[in-house]
Design a protein around this ligand. Structure first.
Ligand code: SF4
Length: 377
């Protein structure tokens, strides 16, 4: 469960929380205290050190030998790293043990020396959102938790070499893939990243984004996670939303609204929805009326995201003008809906929202011919 897709075939340490590691070793007859498991995880995952013999407070030799024999801790292969000089976004390309390629994007935050990391959760994506290059790839496979954590560790270590004073203080699951289509592994990765002996990011600084898979949103709300959740709404009109986000056809809009209401009850604050803004498509009075009809009792924050240039070039859609966006924002504010414009950077290096993986698709393992379009995870 924890270790498929490694080159060795052994479970990978990066996909484990300290409690998982202790349980794994004990089940195999290796004595391991919780404190020893935490020290080992902190040494390898938090500090990025591979040599177990250099751990500050040594752990018994039998444990080190067991870990060497039973677990994998190989890093992901970093094959490319490109920086967008306009905005400082850095895109990393990784090759996974099966040859799959995924990307992660290091995003500078306003606070100097602080970055967040946009992580992929799948190889490709099954959701086919019309404005997204990744959606054109189809789904090849889910990523394992260890692969997401390994991507984080590789970028963190690269940043430490470049700028020892800087740190990655957040993570967003908004790269390739629909995180809730790979629910268990994404939640596990988020738990490792937020563990004090793992990635050491606070839970509130980890964002999981979903296109709106209702069963998983309900599960997430009921499990009571403290990560931040963003649900892509993009249109409040069911027929239009299905055209833009085809998977929306699987769920009634009323069910999505009810799920968001559960999220609101669980988190006790505004529910954040993403809105990919397309000129002439989803900023008119029809959207305002639909929002008023369905969402008037649900406190919302709308994150406005500009359509990426790729979709403009390839599919003839266009970005909203400043006037169109300002008009929408004014109407949302009049309804009491908070808004935030999210910058989608890295465009010059194909690192912006919806642009990941398109450039390398030809060299990747291809999706199976009958890859499922959608399946509950
Ligand atoms: S926007 Fe997200 S969910 Fe939609 S196709 Fe792209 S990667 Fe998949």
């Amino acid at each position: 469960m924890l270790g498929e897709e490694t080159r060795s075939g052994r479970p990978h340490l990066f996909g484990m929380r300290p409690t998982d590691l202790a349980a794994f070793l004990r089940e195999r007859g290796v004595v391991c205290t919780d404190a020893e498991a935490r020290r080992l995880q902190a040494h390898v995952v938090s500090h990025g050190r591979d040599d177990l013999a250099t751990i500050a407070r040594p752990v018994p030799k039998r444990m080190r030998e067991a870990i060497d024999a039973m677990l994998d801790r190989a890093p992901l292969e970093l094959v490319d790293r490109v920086r967008d000089e306009d905005d400082g976004f850095v895109k990393y390309l990784f090759r996974h043990p099966d040859g799959a390629l995924t990307e992660a994007v290091r995003i500078p935050l306003h606070q100097p020396g602080r970055f967040t990391l946009c992580l992929s959760s799948q190889v490709g994506c099954a959701m086919k959102c019309v404005f997204c290059a990744t959606g054109k790839l189809g789904l090849t496979r889910n990523l394992r938790a260890w692969e997401m954590v390994a991507a984080f560790c590789a970028v963190r270590d690269d940043l430490a070499r470049e700028r020892p004073d800087a740190r990655i203080s957040g993570a967003v699951f908004m790269g390739q893939g629909e995180p809730f289509h790979n629910y268990d592994e994404v939640i596990r990765a988020a738990q490792v990243l937020s563990d004090p002996c793992g990635g050491r990011i606070t839970q509130e600084a980890i964002t999981i984004s979903t296109v709106g898979l209702v069963p998983q949103i309900l599960r997430y709300a009921r499990e009571g996670h403290a990560f931040r959740l963003i649900v892509s709404l993009t249109s409040a009109i069911p027929e239009k939303r299905v055209r833009l986000l085809p998977v929306a056809g699987r769920f009634a809009m009323d069910d999505l609204v009810a799920a968001l209401r559960e999220v609101h009850t669980a988190i006790g604050k505004r529910v954040t929805v993403a809105w990919v803004l397309m000129g002439g498509v989803n900023h008119g009075d029809d959207e305002i009326e639909a929002l008023r009809a369905r969402f008037s009792d649900l406190p919302l924050r709308v994150n406005l995201i500009d359509l990426n240039r790729w979709a403009e070039d390839e599919d003839g859609m266009r970005r909203a003008t400043d006037d169109e966006r300002h008009e929408l924002v004014a109407k949302l504010h009049a309804m009491g809906i908070a808004t935030q414009r999210r910058y989608s950077g890295g465009r010059n290096k194909h690192a912006a929202c919806g642009m990941l993986a398109a450039q390398h698709a030809e060299s990747m393992p291809q999706p199976p011919p009958e890859a499922p379009f959608y399946g509950d995870s």
